[in-house]
Design a protein around this ligand. Sequence first.
Ligand code: PFF
Length: 446
Amino acid sequence: MKIARFSQLGFILAAAGSAVGLGNIWKFPYIAGEYGGGAFVLVYLVTVLVIGFSVMIAEMLIGYKGRLDGVGSFEKLSPAGKSGWKYAGFMGFTGLLILTFYSVVIGWIFHYVVVALSTLPSSVSEAEQSFHQLLSAGIGTQLFYHTLAFMAITSIVVRGIKGGIEKINMKLMPILILIVTGMFFYALSLDAFSKAWEFMFVPEWSKIDSEAIVVAVGHAFFTLSLGMGAILTYSASLPRETNLTRVSLIVIALDTGIALLAGLLLFTFLFEYGAGPAQGPGLVFISLPAVFYEMGILGTVLALLFFIALAFAGLTSAVSLLEPMVQYLIDRSNFTRFKATLSAGLFFYIVGIVSILANSSEFSQQLTFGSRNFFDWMDFITASVLLPVGGLAMAIFVGYVMPKTQVQAALKGSMNDRGFALWYAAIRYIAPAALLIVMLNLLGME
Ligand code: PFF
């Protein structure tokens, strides 16, 4: 199967577009808030650099050398007698499961773009009420915006790597970076910035426990889009001579940079207007709109820019969640791109509707199983179980299944001997051990 290749910059922006998503702007600030700030941020940063970086190179390497969809690439690189490893490529299905709630959240963001344009809630309690109203009684509204998200995502993916994914990332990523840095500079001029800085970067070790560490490690995976074949599938279209170390470092720097800037600017706004940092998932949908209201006309502009940036971040990640399955259907089942996009798209669209219903007061009872509803189960199973399992499979495949000589040869242009020795130790010992601990702990937390 011949695939149109990314340009070098196109790949970097597409991979960064995949990594920078709702995880950076919506999730990272609120979990940093919930787990006490500085110490949590430090654990997250160390994980991103040590484990995230080494697994990202491994995932890129599988796609870069395999040149096929996940299943095909694993199969092609498996030594004789170990072709069963091709089943690891089915991790691409995780993306569809993530999309079943990710698309719904993108829908909420679309709704908040409209809210920013019309009337922002005038207090936190009003904001809280309207957010809960949207979730519990706004089935029609959510369905409308989920449909819009489905149309936006599929209409990009159907145009392929070059004409769809690369093109959209080349446009949206620079705008997103510009908006976030612009808002950051505004935050820098406010008094509360130093408080936000202190909150994010001065660790208070007493606030951190094993749960916080586990969440930080799990989030490092989610935010870097590792463990489900998105980076793998994109890497199959990398230009031939690519320095994987350099490319991963740039992607990680962009992802981490945006998360930190988003965290700093959000907390500055919240502290400036007296709102607390530990608001949970409603942080950007409840506290923030109320803060924007307080800022008057400038707040309306900032709210609009903020939700547009968030929508862009969500969309560029969503296309990378769909592409692995689409590529699989094209490569392995001889689907046309149109048929592949439509069938994979309809899957997440329809199951996404179940996620919407699960949050509504009318159907939540039927769609709650044990401790969580359908929406939360999808989030938990994918982020806490499937992504770490996928990451573990990649680390073991590259560290133990592929012959060392082949791996070293593949990375010749990307690192020197010393770098290789360090990376190889990380992928064989540190990453699998950390991932196993995280998975066991998360399951134990249930
Ligand atoms: N990295 C995205 C975020 O931070 O929102 C989410 C994501 C995209 C996870 C693609 C996994 C993936 F393969």
